[in-house]
Design a protein around this ligand. Structure first.
Ligand SMILES: Nc1ncnc2c1ncn2[C@@H]1O[C@H](COP(=O)(O)OP(=O)(O)OP(=O)(O)O)[C@@H](O)[C@H]1O
Ligand SMILES: [Mg+2]
Length: 321
């Protein structure tokens, strides 16, 4: 079996449930060592996609290759190299977290006690391993699921909404865990989420699904790179700043994003020939204090808002749509 540069390759992957297309003509290529975010609103087709990549759902058409091998022909062989967390993980409630992991470890051919403990610690359950999972909170179960996904040291980790039910410290812990899997251990991670900010800070690559179709596929750094034609300004006097800016040649549109009770404001200025230093100087001379001025940073949220300006049909596409 030849291992390609891509851990996942999918071509025209499609799934229809009855008359509805959950996923339609999806091409995917995830490079080795990347953290890829699969983003999309509820019903966009994220879970269906992940299930097809694991062979848990049979595609209506299209094909999946993992590590360069066809999933159809070599499923058991390639899945040994994959770890996953798909929806709410199921554990034996009467057994401890540690015992549950030990049992799972046996299935994958033996994992020693030190590895079990290390995985518990990595998900912040180092001191709760002896407790029965029946007594775990939702977030603890979710984290135990994550420990189970990485237990057998898989090369490719697939996580469906791993942040569900987690509190802010746990979100941070999981974010670091995902980064360290890729950066320190060279693993490839595919993580689904509807939380734009999380994908922006955790992933190198993002694929955005909407109504089962791919609408964006690219490197996060390129998608959100700063827009030098637009400036973000924070000023102490919004009214005066707006008046001055709108009177300048070389300044295009000026939008007020927020106005504080003290009259201070955040503005976004489109440059049409003017330079930022020149505007800074001019505002100060006009008696306006400028506390910050920087190129507009586009967030995934902005991008998403632009793409979803017209509402998608709820759920997925009907047949023939
Ligand atoms: N087993 C199934 N039977 C029928 N329809 C299904 C099934 N699984 C998914 N679907 C449909 O496929 C579409 C995509 O669902 P999917 O669960 O993949 O979305 P998702 O992006 O994971 O959403 P969420 O953010 O809510 O988890 C939805 O319209 C859903 O109703
Ligand atoms: Mg889902």
């Amino acid at each position: 079996m030849s291992d390609g540069d891509y851990v996942v390759e999918a071509e025209a992957l499609s799934k229809r449930f009855g008359k509805r297309w959950a996923v339609r003509e999806l091409d995917l290529a995830i490079a080795r060592g990347a953290v890829c975010g699969l983003l999309g609103p509820n019903g966009a087709g994220k879970s269906t996609t992940l299930r097809m990549l694991l062979g848990l759902v049979r595609p209506t058409h299209g094909a999946v290759r993992l590590f360069g091998a066809s999933l159809r022909d070599a499923r058991l062989h390639v899945l040994k190299r994959v770890g996953c967390l798909i929806e709410a993980p199921a554990f034996y409630p009467h057994l401890s977290g540690r015992k549950n992991l030990e049992l799972l470890g046996r299935i994958s051919g033996g994992v020693d006690a030190a590895r079990v403990q290390a995985c518990l610690e990595r998900v912040g359950l180092g001191d709760r391993g002896e407790d029965r999972t029946a007594g775990y909170s939702t977030g603890m179960k979710q984290r135990l699921g994550l420990a189970a996904a990485i237990l057998h040291d898989p090369e490719f980790v697939l996580l469906d909404e791993p942040l569900n039910g987690l509190d802010p410290p746990a979100v941070l812990l999981v974010r670091r865990l995902i980064r360290s899997l890729a950066e320190e251990e060279g693993k490839t991670v595919l993580v689904s989420s509807h939380m734009l900010h999380e994908v922006e800070v955790t992933c190198d690559h993002v694929v955005l699904l909407r109504g089962g179709r791919k609408v964006v596929d690219g490197k996060v750094a390129e998608l959100i790179k700063p827009d030098h034609a637009r400036l973000e300004l924070r000023v102490n006097d919004g009214e005066a700043a707006l008046g001055w800016l709108r009177a300048q040649a070389g300044v295009g549109e000026v939008e007020e994003e927020e106005r504080g009770p003290d009259g201070s404001a955040s503005l976004v200025v489109s440059l049409a020939g003017a330079e930022s230093a020149q505007l800074n100087r001019g505002l100060i001379e006009a008696g306006v204090e400028v506390s910050s001025l920087a190129p507009r940073r586009r967030s995934l949220e902005d991008l998403f808002a632009e793409l979803t300006a017209e509402p998608a049909a709820v759920g997925a596409e009907e047949e023939g749509a």
